[in-house]
Design a protein around this ligand. Structure first.
Ligand code: FMN
Length: 352
């Protein structure tokens, strides 16, 4: 979008978290003034996806009819404050959260850095969010959701909850959001909540999957509705770790997997840029693609995969699909390229 090219230099002069908040508020204002729709339509025509192809890009996965394969990754709209505005940008699905049972402030600032030279971002936000009840109110109000928009809700544990009690937090949120989500993501891969990633291995992982699956079965009977559950994993895993995860997902009949979250490996960055937190964007791409490929080889299509990490241009999205992703998500690329990246990626995947 031309408008993004105009405001980007200004936004990039501001502190990263401030410019993030201002961008979302600006987007929301454009949406409320009904300008966003017009801008998106204009962009849609200049990028020229023929109208007739819109149906062709619909894809049904796990019984969900995704409008296209390009989704918004979790973390941009943690509380679901901007669903309707983001929905107008053309995403096939939007994932909101990570949300925790109780509201929490997250880590102290600064906690977000743009590494412009490398088209990457480091964050150590620490699940700053207003809690699951607040998020649900937003989902209830969303016109985009009412009109059939595909919404993923990503859940995590509160920082104050001991890691050995983490399952309780996931169950609290699962019960509350079950009726409001098209799919649910269980996030056990943020590097910014102490001990969270330990839930990806051994007994802790198996117990979590068992507990989630049994709650999902119970809720699907009570609500007469089956909501698929995805597990979001880290990119900092060995082949053996990935194989263990893949086997366990199959064993516990988990519906899907998202690969991957941000990386703690910052070795490819010069020392002065190595802030504390998780790295995303271009520099994450090869690591997240390695995890995706390993996962896909092991799962052999038994469980759908959402590929995320380092999509900065349409060919990156194509590469993820070729490596075995059924759907893809974007976050950092959106910050560097603006909303036009969405339409470009959709175009590149039309016949994939
Ligand atoms: C500022 C920021 C906040 C994030 N917050 C979350 C989050 O709350 N939950 C989550 O599952 N992932 C979160 N992520 C990770 C993204 O969803 C995504 O997995 C990761 O950034 C890789 O994609 P990308 O390279 O396209 O950014 C966050 C990423 C960034 C940059």
């Amino acid at each position: 979008m031309l408008l993004y090219n105009l405001i980007k230099p200004l936004l990039f002069k501001l502190d990263a978290e401030l410019s993030h908040t201002l961008s979302l508020k600006f987007l929301n204002t454009l949406h409320k003034l009904k300008i966003l729709k017009l801008l998106c339509k204009a962009c849609y025509y200049t990028n020229s996806i023929p109208n007739t192809n819109q149906k062709a890009i619909h894809i049904n996965i796990l019984g969900i009819n995704f409008k296209n394969k390009i989704g918004l990754a979790a973390g941009l709209d943690k509380n679901g404050d901007y669903i309707d505005a983001l929905g107008e940008l053309g995403f096939g699905f939007i994932e909101i959260g990570t949300v925790t049972p109780k509201p929490q402030l997250g880590n102290t600032r600064p906690r977000l850095w743009r590494i412009e030279k490398y088209h990457s971002i480091i964050n150590r936000m620490g699940f700053n969010n207003k809690g699951v009840d607040y998020l649900i109110e937003n989902v209830r109000k969303s016109k985009w959701v009412k009109n059939g928009g595909i919404l993923g809700i990503n859940i995590g544990k509160n920082a104050s909850t001991k890691i050995e009690n983490a399952n309780q937090d996931y169950i609290i949120s699962l019960e509350k959001i079950y009726n409001y989500a098209s799919y649910i993501t269980v996030n056990i891969s943020s590097p910014n909540t102490e001990g969270l990633r330990d839930l990806q291995s051994g007994n802790a992982f198996c117990q979590l999957l068992e507990c989630i699956k049994s709650k999902q079965n119970e809720l699907s009977i009570i609500n007469n509705k089956y909501v698929p559950i995805f597990i979001k994993i880290a990119p900092d895993l060995s082949e053996a770790d990935v194989n263990f995860i893949a086997n366990s997902l199959i064993l516990y009949k988990i519906d899907g997997v998202i690969a991957a979250n941000t990386t703690i490996d910052k070795s490819m960055l010069p020392e002065q840029y190595r802030h504390e937190g998780g790295l995303s964007g271009k520099l994450l791409q090869s690591q997240s693609n390695y995890i995706l490929k390993t996962l896909a080889e092991h799962l052999k299509g038994k469980i759908p995969i959402i590929g995320v990490g380092g999509i900065a241009d349409p060919l990156d999205a194509v590469e993820k699909i070729n490596l075995g992703a059924d759907l893809v998500q974007i976050y950092s690329g959106l910050i560097y390229e603006g909303p036009r990246l969405i339409q470009k990626c959709i175009n590149s995947l039309i016949y994939k």
